[in-house]
Design a protein around this ligand. Structure first.
Ligand SMILES: O=C(NO)[C@]12CC[C@H](CC1)C2
Ligand SMILES: [Ca+2]
Ligand SMILES: [Zn+2]
Length: 302
């Protein structure tokens, strides 16, 4: 075989075995996934602790088993899982719904306790080993970042004040929809020395210093108007919605609100209205509609 799709394997950030969609070319195996529908491609790169996009993550024998490859393994595997979620659940082909290649870069900078979508791709730090370990090691974090890309291409929620907090909330809420085994965000890569904690909770935002009601909205000039703090309010409303109507209906309502009704300047009240319109479109004005009204009443948003 001169070149083509191959199946490899590796160990993730938490040391867990996983199979990988790889690509063989000219003696090297690449973290380059060509198995997705409509020619969607997922590629993973390695900045080698620099701040460039980095070159392709490659291996000589299709076994990505070294400790330095763990972050690459998870970024690649989890990007594929998030692609599949959006395609299978919402019929969306990649972040732009046009099959654009999903690019991830890992080992960005040194001791970098963050991850971000830079407008073109996902970028993950390794963490400092105390606050975070390699951030691609959490599926909800990968889903959080790729949802920033979806939001940017759809509602385009401006990353400031209430629209910015909604932007953050959409990423946390779809992080839950992709990884629904808990209501926590980032728990798999946050504080390796402390068990049971997380970066945020959508069931109880106050557990990690976020408000869960408009009465406690945090007015600040930092963090783009506290977008990572005030997201607790729409996050709590989403949790209320999920527990009352279930994940299957909730994720359809949220996806429709994000892609049909929300705009760049939408605030929390606009989000309530967008979710109610989406609910009415999909399920009418019955129990689901009432549940969404109650969910937002409970956080003081009308
Ligand atoms: O909320 C975030 N970005 O807007 C985080 C912070 C830590 C995880 C990686 C990036 C989530
Ligand atoms: Ca989680
Ligand atoms: Zn974010």
């Amino acid at each position: 075989v001169t070149h083509g799709a191959t199946s490899g394997y590796g160990y993730g950030v938490l040391g867990d075995y996983k199979t990988l969609n790889t690509y063989y070319y000219n003696g090297w195996y690449y973290l380059y996934d060509v198995t997705k529908p409509m020619n969607g491609v997922i590629e993973t790169r390695d900045a080698n602790n620099g701040t460039t996009q980095g070159g392709y993550s490659v291996d000589s024998n299709n076994a990505f088993t070294s400790s330095g490859q763990a972050a690459d393994v998870d970024a690649h595997k989890y990007a594929g899982i998030v692609y599949d979620y959006y395609y299978n659940t919402h019929n969306r082909n990649s972040f732009d719904n046009a099959g654009s290649t999903i690019i991830s870069t890992v080992h960005y900078s040194t001791n970098y306790n963050n991850a971000f979508w830079n407008g073109n791709q996902m970028v993950y730090g390794d963490g400092d080993g105390t606050t975070f370990i390699a951030l691609s090691g959490a599926l909800d974090v990968v889903a959080h970042e790729l949802t920033h890309a979806v939001t940017e291409r759809t509602a385009g929620l401006i990353y400031q004040d209430q629209s910015g907090a909604l932007n953050e909330s959409m990423s946390d809420v779809f992080g839950y929809f992709v990884e629904p085994n808990d209501y926590l965000m980032g728990e798999d890569v946050y504080t390796p020395g402390i068990s049971g904690d997380a970066l945020r909770s959508i069931s109880d935002p106050t557990a990690y210093g976020q408000p869960d009601h408009m009465n406690d909205y945090y007015y600040t000039s930092s963090d783009n108007g506290g977008v990572h703090t005030n997201s607790g309010i729409p996050n709590k409303a989403a949790y209320n919605t999920i527990v009352s109507i279930g994940k299957t209906k909730a994720e359809k309502i949220y996806y429709r609100a994000l892609t049909v009704y929300l705009t760049s300047s939408s605030d929390f009240s606009d989000a309530r209205a967008a979710l109610l319109s989406s609910t009415a479109d999909l399920y009418g004005y019955g129990t689901e509609y009432t549940a969404v009204e109650n969910a937002w009443d409970a956080v003081g948003v009308y």
